[in-house]
Write a protein that binds this ligand. Structure first.
Ligand code: ACM
Ligand code: ZN
Length: 535
């Protein structure tokens, strides 16, 4: 008997040794990576074999991603044999994948094309970090089993404070996809510019998409303007094109039509939407406007529904983001229409008036089979269980979690990518921002723990994490990239990686990702790599 136990123990030990965990260059860190004997060399002649027609597109994208490394765009064939074989296995979870490299070749398996695509994004990073030989790129044998911690891994771009072209938005999506982000939150409407074509309301584009000038320097003190009109918008055809482009990269585009605050561009286009009978102009300063949608008038709901009817046709996403943030009550307090609404509906105050508005719009969207996301201020006057809270203010965290609603975390001191990246931004010439104390180093971004302070029973409420890029002080796409990277890599790992995290290990892997950024001509902030103020 003892002998048998000894043999079993020995076999077990051998199994453990042969499944030795290894380090990879991959970000976000995979759940499990173990060594496999041997290696495989990918070359310009390698064929990608796809067992299923739906895997052709991810295979073609991968072929594009590694074309520079291999000196050719690999051929994709619908067959069973090849250097890289892609296949489906329905027993895996939706976004899960397995990647196997041995002397026989490379296999990527997922239960969906999305899972396979993530396996290929990992493989892309392995190729970029692989050893260049005369024959091609040598990949060490390994077995990776991987799946994400959270279902929503988002990146938000504000295209209103500054407009970015279709090509730039697609590039943003490419960068997000590289980090296994699966949601692009597109902030499309603002006080300073309306960016989505709505056919029923043409003035939104004619008037609302252009501001006559922009404040120069720090908003809180500056009295000077640049005198240059700034604007732009996306036609419905362009939007469809972007949604398709994102879908091919397994990214859902979630549009945000921010209401009832942050609506000055709409008020400028259709003056009757405001509480006061006055003219508005598209805002030329940053910050928060007291002019918001009038919630007393029925015509406001007619407008909002007209806009959303077109929005739901353009965006197949399960969620529509309704904003709900930073909505001052000043105008509502003085408006006879809003006060009448409060009385007639038996509402307690203006907080409940905002909730009345959000609930009514939510009900309208439910008819279109859509759910809403709102910034955490939507909890003030009460919310429905069906609403997802996007949490950015620490002060609302405990209450938001206690409600039991779905929550997407984007706490500003961890996830706001417009914040400074170094402790001494002025020495490091980081450019302007709202306030000097808004600093988000790479290390801090990495330290985001989605479950911090929660009971295990509450973990399920956290549906995702998201990096947000507000663009008041970011007017070029070069700066967008510099702000986003490398910090997006940290947020991506917070949302994806299961198990303990380690910043030093992340930093080691980031050296590889940095080289990939360079190969792809993606800009990133140099500070962390230069050892600047990163504590
Ligand atoms: C926000 O930062 N106003 C959501
Ligand atoms: Zn009003």
């Amino acid at each position: 008997m003892k002998k048998i136990i000894a043999i079993v123990t020995l076999l077990f030990a051998v199994a453990v040794v042969s499944a030795q965990s290894i380090e990879t260059p991959i970000i976000p860190r995979p759940m499990e990576a173990t060594a496999v004997k041997g290696s495989y060399t990918l070359s310009a002649k390698s064929v990608i074999a796809v067992a299923d027609a739906e895997l052709v597109r991810p295979a073609e994208l991968f072929a594009e991603y590694v074309a520079k490394d291999l000196g050719a765009t690999l051929t994709v064939k619908q067959q069973n044999k090849g250097a890289v074989v892609l296949s489906l296995d329905k027993s895996l979870a939706k976004e899960e994948y397995a990647l196997h490299i041995s002397s026989k070749g490379v296999k990527v398996v997922g239960s969906t094309a999305q899972g396979v695509y993530y396996g290929l994004q990992s493989l892309r990073q392995l190729v970029a970090a692989g050893e260049v030989t005369k024959k091609g790129i040598e990949l060490q044998g390994m077995d990776i089993k991987d799946k994400p911690l959270l279902g929503h891994r988002g990146a938000m771009l504000d295209v209103c404070r500054h407009f970015f072209t279709v090509a730039e938005v697609k590039r943003f999506i490419d960068i997000a996809a590289m980090h296994k982000i699966n949601a692009f939150h597109w902030h499309l409407t603002e006080d300073q510019g309306w960016r989505i074509e709505i056919k029923k309301y043409p003035e939104l584009i004619k008037i609302g998409s252009m501001r006559k000038e922009t404040v120069i320097g720090r908003n809180s003190i500056s009295k000077t303007y640049d005198g240059t009109p700034h604007g732009g918008y996306y036609t419905q055809e362009e939007i469809k094109d972007i949604v398709k482009y994102a879908a091919e990269r397994y990214i859902e585009v979630i549009p945000e039509i921010d209401m009832p605050g942050h609506m000055v561009a709409a008020l400028a286009s259709y003056n009757h939407l405001g509480c006061r009978d006055e003219k508005f102009e598209v805002r030329t300063r940053w910050g928060i406007s007291k002019d918001v949608l009038c919630v007393g008038k029925e015509s406001t709901f007619e407008f909002v529904e007209g806009v959303l009817e077109e929005v739901v046709k353009l965006f197949p996403s399960k969620y529509i983001h309704l904003g709900g943030d930073e909505c001052p009550r000043d105008r509502w307090k003085e408006c006879p229409h809003c006060q009448k609404r409060i009385q007639e509906e038996g509402l307690k105050d203006e907080n409940e008036l905002q909730s009345y508005f959000m609930h009514r719009v939510e009900k309208f969207l439910a008819k279109h089979d859509r759910k809403i996301i709102g910034w955490d201020e939507i909890i003030y006057g009460g919310i429905n269980k069906s609403a997802t809270i996007m949490l950015w203010n620490d002060r609302n965290r405990a209450k938001a979690i206690s409600l039991g609603n779905d929550v997407i975390l984007t706490p500003k001191y961890f996830c706001y990518m417009d914040y400074y990246q170094t402790l001494r931004p002025f020495c490091n010439k980081e450019g302007l921002l709202f306030r000097d104390n808004r600093i988000l180093t790479l290390r801090k971004a990495y330290s985001l723990d989605p479950y911090e302070g929660l009971q295990p029973s509450e973990y399920g409420r956290i549906k995702g994490v998201q990096a947000n890029l507000w663009t008041e002080y970011i007017s070029t796409f070069h700066r967008v990239q510099e702000k986003l990277l490398p910090r997006l890599a940290a947020t991506a790992e917070a949302g994806w990686t299961i198990g303990a995290k380690n910043f030093e290990d992340f930093a080691r892997r980031l050296e590889h990702l940095r080289k990939l950024y360079e190969k792809e001509c993606i800009h990133y902030a140099p500070y962390f790599f230069d050892g600047v103020d990163e504590k």
